[in-house]
Structure formats: C-alpha cells, structure tokens
Design a protein around this ligand. Structure first.
Ligand code: F6P
Length: 326
C-alpha cells in the first residue's frame, strides 16, 4: 500500500507542446487512484515561494490541445543552491505534499535528482523537451510537434529558395543535440543537416559541397543545429560566403516558434501515457526515475542514467538523409 496521499506537479525549464496533456493525465490519474493533487506554478521557483494551488479534475479540463504549460515554467537559479532546495523542502512539508511529479528536460531532472537524494524524497520525472536529448527514452514530449513545425516552415522556405535559386541555412533548436536538425531535414527533404554529434569527426560543410550536393538542383536547404559546436547557421553562412562565393546564401533562424503550437496526436498520446505511468510508478514504490518509452513500452529510467549519458544519434539516419537527398 502506498503512503502517498497528495502529489505535487510542476513544469520546469523550456516549455514543450504536450506538457498540458501530461499535467492533465497526472492530475486525473492521481485523483482516480484516491490521491489529491497540488499544482505548483513556475517550476522550482514556485515551489520555493509557495505558488501552489489544489487541482481538481476540472482544473485540467480543455487543456489537452493547448501548447505551452498552464502551470507556467521558469529556469530557477535558487534551486541550484542548498538553501533554495531546503526552502523548497520545507514548503513541501508545510503543504503536506508527499511526492512530486516534475515535467521538463535535462536541467529539471538534474535538479530533481539532487533534491531527491538530499531529502530522500520521492520524485518521478516526465521527459518534456523538444530537444529529445534524454537518454533511456525513444522520444520526449514535444519533440514530434516541434519536428512538424520545422517541417512546415522548411516547406515554406523551399518555395522562395527555389524561386531564387538560393542556398538556405535554417537553424533549428536542440541545444547540443541534433535530433531536430537531422530528422527535420529528412522530413522536409532538405539537402543536408549539420549537427553537433558529427561536427568534431568531419567538416560537414566541406563534405556536403565537395560531394556536389547541387549537381542536380539549383536551390538547396541545409538544416543547422544550434550549438557552439556547429557554429550555428550564421557561422556556417559566413564561412560559405568566404569559401564558396558562388552561392547566393540566406539564413533563417526558426527560434522559439519551434516550442509553440497545439501538440500533435503523437505528443498528446505520449504525454497521456507517461502521465498515467508516473502515478503507476509512485503506487509501485518507484522513486527517482524518469518515465520513458522504448519500443512503444513504458520504462522506468533512473535519473542518473537519463541525464548523464549523451543520447546517441542513430547513424543510419545520416545515411538515409545522404541517399535520399541526391
Ligand atoms: O531545451 C529547450 C530549448 O528550446 C533549447 O532547444 C534551446 O536551446 C533553449 O531551450 C532555449 O532556451 P530559452 O527559451 O531559455 O532561451
């Protein structure tokens, strides 16, 4: 029998489409299992300052289709300090919250891991980030919606690139991971992707141009993953202008529009499954794990594994892009 009577739920770090679907599923599953729920606003910041409200099923009505997070989010520096975490713990005791479900990316789970260890406090994490960079789960909540957004944007840029015979470098998010760039390139029929995972191995720009990537085409689109390692789209474009002046180069940085919008069906389903699984995990006495999916099955991934390992890029996809874009 679980001793958990009340759970707290928060979203932290960069928002991702599908976070609301996850909040809805966690809340309803907890209530279904006889627990009460408290929504904590603005991530760890709201936990420290006590921005907390009791959630009933109707608090999460009509949100599955909404982007962003109704709980708001923040990146909290105070939670990185022992004093900040102690304040957060005291607030949890005062509010009689017995366990936490946190939804977010790498930074969120790193904070959760330290806190859980320091106070021996039960936390379950849900991977909510468009970057898809958490180890132990095939996909993260928000990733597929962001990919679809990228695909739609690239389709539009393709029209003008073709009309002018231009070479476009389109920068996408992902922090230091290239999942959005690589799969975004495959989905939108881009000519190449420049990603951090292979930046140190080879000169992707030179390889792309020397392979004659424009042999059969006039316009070209290259997706560039943001990251100091790739140099970003601006860096790559500057280099191209100097070294390959034959190209008429333009840059588009997609930026935060990749984080917005209504979540696609896949993200709504993933978030709902993971939200229900988070409560199942707590009932099952699981502690300090992230919910993941592997081969479409729910798995529990210890925080230490989820955040410490660099999730590898599937190398087969590099070949898929190369072959399909000749
Ligand atoms: O982690 C999600 C993400 O969107 C990254 O892809 C990006 O580098 C970062 O957050 C941007 O953060 P902010 O919204 O704080 O500028």
């Amino acid at each position: 029998m679980s001793t958990i009577k009340c759970i707290g739920i928060l979203t932290s770090g960069g928002d991702a489409p599908g976070m609301n679907a996850a909040i809805r599923a966690v809340t309803r599953s907890a209530i279904y299992n006889g627990m009460s729920v408290k929504g904590i606003y603005r991530g760890y910041k709201g936990l420290i300052t006590g921005e907390i409200q009791e959630f009933k099923t109707q608090n999460v009505s009509n949100i599955i289709q909404r982007g962003g997070t109704i709980l708001k989010t923040a990146r909290c520096m105070e939670f990185k300090t022992p004093q900040g975490r102690e304040q957060a713990y005291n607030k949890l005791i005062e509010e009689e919250i017995d366990a936490l479900v946190v939804i977010g990316g790498d930074g969120t789970l790193t904070g959760a891991r330290i806190f859980a260890q320091e106070f021996n406090y039960p936390i379950v994490g849900l991977p909510g980030t468009i970057d898809n960079d958490l180890f132990g789960t095939d996909v993260t909540i928000g990733y597929d919606t962001a990919l679809n957004t990228i695909m739609e944007c690239v389709d539009k840029i393709r029209d003008t690139a073709t009309s002018h015979d231009r070479l476009f470098f389109i920068e996408v998010m992902g922090r230091d991971a290239g999942f959005l760039a690589l799969n975004g390139a495959i989905a939108s029929g881009a000519e190449a992707a420049i990603i951090p995972e292979t930046s140190l191995e080879k000169d992707q720009l030179a390889e792309m141009i020397e392979n004659g990537f424009r042999k059969s085409k006039n316009s070209s689109i290259v997706l560039v993953a943001e990251s100091e390692i790739t140099g970003g789209a601006m860096g790559i474009a500057e280099r191209t202008k100097k070294e390959y002046p034959q190209f008429d180069v333009r840059v588009t940085i997609l930026g935060h529009l990749q984080r917005g919008g209504s979540p696609c069906a896949q993200d709504r389903i993933l978030a709902t499954r993971m939200g229900v699984a988070a409560i199942d995990a707590l009932l099952d006495d699981q502690r300090n794990v992230m919910i993941g999916t592997q081969n479409d099955q729910i798995v529990y991934v210890p925080f230490s594994k989820a955040i410490k390992n660099d999730k590898p890029i599937n190398k087969e996809l590099l070949n898929t892009l190369r072959v399909s874009s000749i």
